[in-house]
Design a protein around this ligand. Structure first.
Ligand code: ZN
Length: 241
């Protein structure tokens, strides 16, 4: 009996930098370097302080993340998914894998999505675009239209736990895959690091595509240091051959 290679692709901030999205969250990311900015994405201050929320909404408005476009790296994974079963486990919240054309069911967003907002009280989800429209129309801290609760991005903020269901699904994929691609992630933080270990322990081949060394380079079958938007299309071309 033959079976097709299941590919798990873990993606981090590096795959989106060519789309103009900086690394906010990584060990060297903006949030870590700027405590003032980190407050805006930490659940305690965000929940408690309307002034923090007002500044956070202005930051989201000015960041313009919803206007970002997928790049050649995102598109390469769509191409790969045309040939092999692929699951993307992403640390990014930008939604660019889906925008590039991957079906949502093939993407596990470990840190949630910045394209939606969620009410802290009734948990209803609506779009970030609609919330930002309200900010543009003059609401400094738009509240839930159903219950008046505080709205936050549907991302995992500092101080919040990852969704255990999503994390569980990611572990299952890592365990089952035959090939694990670690793309644009420093692999220094949970859960990325643990997923690499799970995959390798499960017998998967490991290919790392990252400009900088990672703690898992020694376990890798192959390491690609070239920029992701060139390295990944070339790798996918090889894997599809
Ligand atoms: Zn609500």
């Amino acid at each position: 009996m033959t079976r097709r290679t299941l590919v798990a692709a873990l993606t981090g901030a590096g795959i989106s930098t060519d789309s103009g999205i900086p690394d906010y969250r990584g060990p060297q990311g903006l949030w870590q370097r700027d405590p003032q900015a980190q407050q805006l994405v930490t659940i305690g201050p965000y929940r408690a302080d309307p002034d923090v929320r007002r500044r956070a909404w202005l930051m989201r408005r000015d960041a313009g993340a919803l206007a970002a476009e997928p790049n050649a790296g995102h598109r390469a994974l769509v191409d790969l998914a045309h040939t092999l079963p692929v699951r993307v486990l992403t640390q990014n919240v930008d939604g660019l894998h889906q925008l590039a054309g991957l079906p949502a069911r093939k993407v596990l967003e470990l840190h949630g999505t910045a394209r939606e907002v969620q009410c802290l009280r009734c948990h209803r989800r609506t779009t970030m675009a609609a919330a930002l429209d309200r900010v543009a129309a003059g609401e400094p801290d738009p509240a839930c239209l159903d219950c008046g609760g505080v709205l936050k991005p549907a991302t995992v903020m500092f101080g919040e736990a990852l969704d255990p269901v999503v994390l569980d699904q990611a572990r299952t994929v890592a365990q089952a895959c035959d090939l694990f691609l670690a793309i644009g992630s420093t692999l220094q933080v949970h859960p990325a690091a643990g997923l690499v270990e799970t995959a390798v322990e499960g017998g998967a081949r490991l290919i790392i595509v990252n400009a900088e060394p990672t703690p898992y380079d020694e376990l890798a079958d192959e390491i690609l240091r070239d920029p992701i938007s060139t390295a990944l299309p070339a790798l996918v071309h090889r894997l599809r051959a």
